[in-house]
Design a binder for this molecule. Sequence first.
Ligand SMILES: [Zn+2]
Length: 103
Amino acid sequence: MGCPLEIPYSSFKSDNERPSPVDALKLPADMYMLPDMALSEVHDWFILYGFCKCGYFRGVDIQKTRKKFSASSRTSELARFLHCKRCGRKGDNRFTFKQMLRD
Ligand SMILES: [Zn+2]
């Protein structure tokens, strides 16, 4: 039984206003969320990662991914195939990237 004076969270904010937990995740300082784009548009100097809301992330081989899927595949679609090796979650993970240091 909850306290009768409790005001439900939902009276302040609707569900739509709440960011998805994975989008609110704190990424490492040099890591960014990959925006939705065609696979062919992903730059070669991006190091891709699959990122799970449990905090686990793992490098994704972009060359292999390019061979496996068509160049017009959207990264938002491909992200649904990411499977977390730590918590087993699938379907709600994201691509993130770091930029390769070039000198
Ligand atoms: Zn996970």
